[in-house]
Design a protein around this ligand. Sequence first.
Ligand code: ADP
Length: 619
Amino acid sequence: MEEEVRKMQKEAGRHSYSLGSVLGRMLRNAWRQCPSVYRIFAVYTLAAAVYPFLAVGLPKAMLGELEKGAAARGERILWIAAAYFVLAGLLGFVRTFTERMGYEKLSFLRLDYVKDSCVKYMEMAYPYAEDAHFVQQYDKAFIATQSNDNGVEGIYHKLFEMPAVFLTVGVMGVLVSRLSLWVLGGLCLNLAAILWSGRRGQRLRYEKKETEARQRRRVSYYSQTAGDFRYGKDIRLYGLKERIRENHVQEIEKYRALNRLLAGREYRLGFVCLAAALAGDLLTYGILIGRTLSGMSIADFSMYLTATLTLSAYLKQAAEQLSFIIGEGQYVHELYRFQDTDLGEKGGAHPAVAGDTLEIVFDDVSFRYPGTDAYVFRHLNLTIHKGERLAVVGINGAGKTTLVKLMMGLFDVTEGQIRINGVLIGEYDKKALYSMFSAVFQDVNVMAFTVRENVAGRTEGIDVTRVAAVLERVGLSQAVDALPGKTEQMLLKVIDENGAMLSGGQNQKLAIARALYKDACMVVMDEPTAALDALAEAEIYEDFSELVRGRTAVYISHRLASTRFCDHIAFFDGDGLKEYGTHEELMAKQGAYYEMFTVQGKYYTQTDAGQPEKGGAGR
Ligand code: ADP
């Protein structure tokens, strides 16, 4: 995986930005996903390109009539005005209507990109999900689809508008060139200045984008923490308000300083544009006045003036559109780089074990997380036998969860081998591998689906009787029956505002129910009782054999009480696997396990029934 990360970084350097290929790909995508947008686009271009010429032609036509004799002019002027208003109204309507239709379609196009990115996230190899550098590396790619006005959609808007602008610029340019090529030259100078300063400004923003994004994340961390009620108790009880406020102010100040720096440079660039615009205007007006003094008609003067002003405005628009496209194109380029990089899971072709439970062998395994130097395990040798219930215990940070991630193939070992039923873990097809484990993690994430979809992990073909049975087994039936929709009740309020919110303990039970429903070859429970009350925890301990039903099971806990229902104990400390054996063996050894057990035991009381109570280890 580390090699892949390095490869990715190298590739990032190699993958250089080419506007042509970005735009070509965007246009091809639009053609594939939504060809109708091109038709709308053609009508829009026609209407929008003709529209400005009405304003140029009208004064010339009217003044021309006025310069003629008085006889027919009243009626003709009226006709000209009427024709102008009808045509302008019609073209204006067509332009606005097609623009709105086009924008709607372009918005859907962006959502397609978002959808593709979401699929990519879900298919990505798991280690990227835990890799902080990954987010940094693709920060700009994520920006490309975040809003309607930037990145992908922003560029589509400009591509949609630009042909009309360029058409108008072209025809007006020919018209104005009849007046003087100097005027055209002045306007082009103006355009070059806008393009240059726009590009400089964008490059600057792009270079600082990572710093800006990091700073924004820091500011929003403090804003969110202050407004998050979950932190309310700690903030009040530990007097954290001042600290949060001070840090927040500091971060906002840094964010402001960065923006001030960028705005200051953009401001200076703006002066260059202003000077070029002034020079261009002086030239134009000078030539126009000179020509009129030497006999040009007022009608022509008015037409050329409107044409030059329109051309100048359209040139400015074209320049801004171009520099916007060049600037935002970099983000889309990053998005394509993300989409093109192979981040998928690499597995073999071996099918899942069927009709059997698992034996897992860690053979001289060493592991450190990608991008880190500290080994979590060095030369770990451990066999989890078929049908065995293994308790993995130890202090926080000892590597218990890491052990599970390795044996489920979420991470690859750095050195050594893991074999599942004699087959190297890397030879299993990834999907097959995941299908072999029923796992319950400490950080339970309930989805905004119905209760039964949450339990079954699917929408179609749910065995409702089994759903009811597993809910009963984890002691959640009553709570679910009390919900208005029972097992069809939607959870969470994100999608359905009437969705039910379960308690932390209920969520954990739901996760256990999901693991039971899956009924895979092996059961893994990683601190599954952290959010449960003492009684519910004791029930899980009691029922564990029944829950796992002869399958190999790993039960992770930092609480030693969990060892009482397991066959073997693997005790981990900061240096890896410290002790392995049955409870009796490890107690007799009087080593680290014994010590920890005795310390926890001091705070542990045993009920009359011999049930463990929350807070200690005993048996
Ligand atoms: P436990 O489950 O025993 O509490 P973990 O397996 O979660 O311990 O973590 C073992 C060590 O690995 C810890 O030092 C932890 O900080 C580190 N660690 C866990 N996940 C990652 C990660 N994604 N990247 C880098 N280090 C990690």
